[in-house]
Design a protein. Structure first.
Length: 327
């Protein structure tokens, strides 16, 4: 009997130790347990930077940890994206990115990362149209007047971008082809820098995203001619689309999304997705995004993966049509 009781006691002690070990293990794996790095591969003040900062407080509220934003601009997002691809897949590095993420694969012969292989998609978070705006000194009050001016003086009008393959560049390149005009790209490191030179007349045209352009348009410092989406915007209903202004079929919108390095555990991807969904559904984010002319658009990691694959195919065709050569 004593041996039996001793054995039972031993088993109970072992079980107790196992439970304690399990609790300790679970406690040590609580995620997140430290700040999360959010890499934005474009300059502060640009569209993706603004939307990231709109999402930041609600994500921090949900996750219980700081979301530390790091702007790493350059090479149309390639520099910051590469650093994110090389980060540890531990759930503590995120990439907040946009359309050039997939476009760059068609523009650079030796891209340091593979957009479909080197990242784990988490969610699409928003879309926004671009605005065709000009310096007030340009003698045009409509898209057709700008086209006539460009045709009369080929190669003399410049448009500011944030580098080869950026949304600003793609919108302008598509316009050049569809309107049959010769306007010259001038690349900058970020949207705010390009906008600053547009304000002073160093460049005359910009196809900037709405968050970057709206303050200057509302203050009268820039002259907006059209929106690049297929429909007019609710916040600027008087602004026509490029398509209805004389370039039929023209349409361009920028998307924003969030990814993690490939190999990030599924449970952490799931929790990050929940944090993004929490932000997307919050009244604060809805209000701030609407004020920027940005449309919130969440989806699942699987749906975002399919979206990225389809977008790569689409932009491959567009780039071939515009005649852009990989460099």
């Amino acid at each position: 009997m004593n041996r039996l009781l001793s054995g039972i006691a031993g088993l109970a002690l072992a079980a107790s130790c196992n439970v304690a070990a399990s609790v300790q293990s679970a406690w040590s794996e609580v995620y997140p347990s430290r700040p999360i790095q959010a890499i934005v591969p474009f300059a502060a003040g640009g569209g993706i930077d603004i939307i990231t900062r709109i999402f930041q407080p609600k994500m921090e509220e949900f996750l219980g940890q700081p979301l530390v934003i790091q702007n790493r601009p350059g090479a149309a997002g390639t520099i910051g994206t590469t650093s994110a691809a090389r980060a540890a897949p531990d759930g503590y590095t995120l990439l907040f990115t946009l359309t050039p993420y997939v476009v760059n694969a068609h523009l650079y012969k030796q891209l340091p990362y593979d957009p479909l292989r080197d990242f784990a998609p988490i969610s699409l978070i928003a879309t926004t149209p671009n605005i065709l705006a000009i310096n007030p000194n340009v003698k045009a009050t409509s898209v057709m007047e700008l086209i006539h001016l460009a045709k009369a003086h080929p190669g003399t009008l410049n448009y500011g971008t944030v580098g080869l393959g950026s949304a600003f560049h793609l919108a302008g390149a598509l316009f050049s082809v569809m309107a049959d005009v010769n306007i010259v790209e001038v690349p900058y490191k970020g949207g705010p820098q390009a906008a600053a030179d547009l304000l002073t007349g160093q460049v005359q045209i910009m196809f900037g995203n709405l968050p970057t352009m709206l303050p200057y348009i509302e203050s009268g410092q820039l002259k907006a001619l059209a929106v690049t989406s297929s429909k007019r915007l609710e916040i600027i209903p008087e602004l026509p689309t490029v398509a209805e202004s004389g370039v039929p079929g023209y349409e361009f919108e920028t998307w924003f999304g969030v990814l993690a390095p490939a190999g990030t555990p599924h449970d952490k991807i799931h929790r990050l997705h929940e944090a993004l969904r929490f932000a997307i559904e919050s009244p604060e984010v809805i209000k701030l995004s609407a004020a920027q002319g940005t449309y919130l658009a969440g989806n699942t990691p699987e749906q975002f993966s399919t979206f990225l694959q389809e977008d790569m195919i689409k932009w491959g065709g567009v780039i071939r049509q515009t005649g852009l050569e990989p460099k």
